[in-house]
Design a protein around this ligand. Structure first.
Ligand code: ADP
Length: 414
């Protein structure tokens, strides 16, 4: 704990109020520096194509007079990337050596069952994140590299892991277990973990706020529709079911992922189509979903094609909506009573036709979308259902970085 205690017991102290949030992917690092006194952003940025000749760093200071800067050229690895980020921050007087930096919060994709809350990173925590690599082979190694690099830059600073899976650890066994042989499942940690948990936690809480209620009083179905997509049933602030499973492949139709399929499709692809396991992995994760169905995964482009009469784009849209409606119905039944259905992330926040189609004809469930409210473009959390509707339908922009910063800050000040 590095933050200075508030000796006056009144206004927040001025030092150690900043949190750096790092989201390290396999070839990218996204970052935000936040001031936790007012949750303002001091800087945001991204390094992409790490390890290639064409790496790019885009840095935007958000302080007065700051201007967006871009660097291109090879950035060899995560260490070099984070050093470059540190240099850019230092140019704005926001360097990582600043005593005002309270902690670094890391997005960690897979926390298994062990991590149900944000956790100060120790060597034991690192060992556990490492042990989870077999269930998150694409994500956890990149997260580990990000943490190690940040530790090397500021060994004295608390580093906190905020897990994508944490919010879902409240799922009952009936929702979390697959109906397969228990010994085999347990030996290989096969169960439903769920992802996007930081977003589902943030959005379900903000929805309660929008309804003027405490999270413990409301049941919410959250539809996180980005390029990856997942639905969650939240009862009284706790997740009771979610659509992603052992990996982010299960559930809704996504930009490039199939979501639910009969697992026998994979045997068929292997035995009849002669595909290898790796090829099937790529097919289902990268070449399926909207892109597999119509060649585009951007909902804007799909809507444009539909407007031009493109039948493949229309069918892709219909399959996407059909799956979404099935999950809304399923989670309605799981919850029994629903106070709000809420849309978030790139598609959920922006694509009014998706929201309208997902809710159309569900009046008997108390679900109605007001066409005028749905058409409004806004960055604010808002209701799109008419006043008379029994169940609220809402759009609530997600903010995973703010949630990671909040959780990190709360932990280091506990
Ligand atoms: P990620 O899962 O990569 O974090 P986002 O939540 O940013 O994704 O969502 C990205 C997706 O949001 C895009 O692929 C696109 O389909 C969709 N999207 C973004 N803006 C709009 C818009 N104005 N209208 C419709 N869809 C949009």
């Amino acid at each position: 704990m590095t933050s200075t205690p508030n000796r006056e017991g009144t206004a927040p102290v001025t030092s150690a109020q900043r949190i750096l949030v790092l989201n390290s992917g396999s070839s990218s690092v996204k970052y935000q520096l936040l001031d936790m006194r007012d949750h303002s952003r001091l800087a945001v940025g991204l390094v992409e194509r790490i390890g290639e000749q064409t790496s790019r760093l885009v840095h935007s200071p958000l302080t007065d007079g700051g201007e967006k800067r871009e660097r291109t050229g090879p950035i060899a690895d995560h260490e070099a990337a984070l050093k470059a980020v540190a240099e850019e921050l230092a140019r704005d007087g926001l360097g990582l050596d600043s005593p005002e930096l309270a902690a670094i919060g890391h997005r960690v994709v897979h926390g298994g069952l062990k991590f149900s809350a944000p956790t100060v990173i120790t060597e034991e925590v690192m060992a556990e994140i490492e042990r989870l690599v077999p269930v998150a082979p694409l994500h956890n190694p990149a997260n580990i590299t990000g943490i190690r690099t940040a530790q090397a830059l500021r060994p004295d600073l608390p580093q906190v892991a905020v897990f994508d899976t944490a919010f879902h650890t409240t799922m009952p066994e009936s929702a979390a277990r697959y109906a397969i042989d228990v010994e085999t499942a347990d030996a290989h940690r096969i169960r439903r973990y769920g992802f996007h948990g930081t977003s589902h936690a943030f959005v379900s809480r903000e929805t309660a706020k929008l309804l003027g209620k405490d999270p413990s009083e409301v049941n919410v179905i959250v539809l996180h529709l980005g390029n990856g997509a997942s639905a969650t049933a939240v009862r009284g602030g706790a997740c009771v079911d979610t659509s992603m499973g052992l990996t982010p492949l299960e559930g809704l139709v996504m930009g490039t992922r199939s979501g639910d399929i009969d697992p026998a499709v994979t045997f068929h692809l292997e035995r009849v189509a002669g595909m290898s396991t790796d090829e099937i992995d790529v097919l289902l994760n990268k070449k399926s979903g909207l892109v597999g169905l119509c060649g585009d995964n951007d909902m804007r482009e799909i809507r444009r094609r539909i407007d031009e009469g493109d039948q493949r784009a229309l069918l892709a849209f219909e399959i996407y909506i059909h799956r979404l409606r099935k999950y809304i119905g399923a989670y309605y039944a799981v919850l029994g009573r629903v106070d709000a259905v809420v849309f978030t992330a790139g598609v959920g926040e922006n694509a009014a036709p998706v929201r309208a189609a997902a809710i159309a004809g569900l009046e008997e469930l108390g679900l109605v979308v007001d066409a005028d409210l749905n058409a409004v473009r806004s960055d604010a959390a808002r209701l799109i259902s008419p006043e008379y509707a029994r169940v609220a339908v809402a759009v609530v922009p997600t903010d995973e970085e703010l949630e990671i910063a909040r959780q990190t800050y709360a932990l280091v000040n506990a």
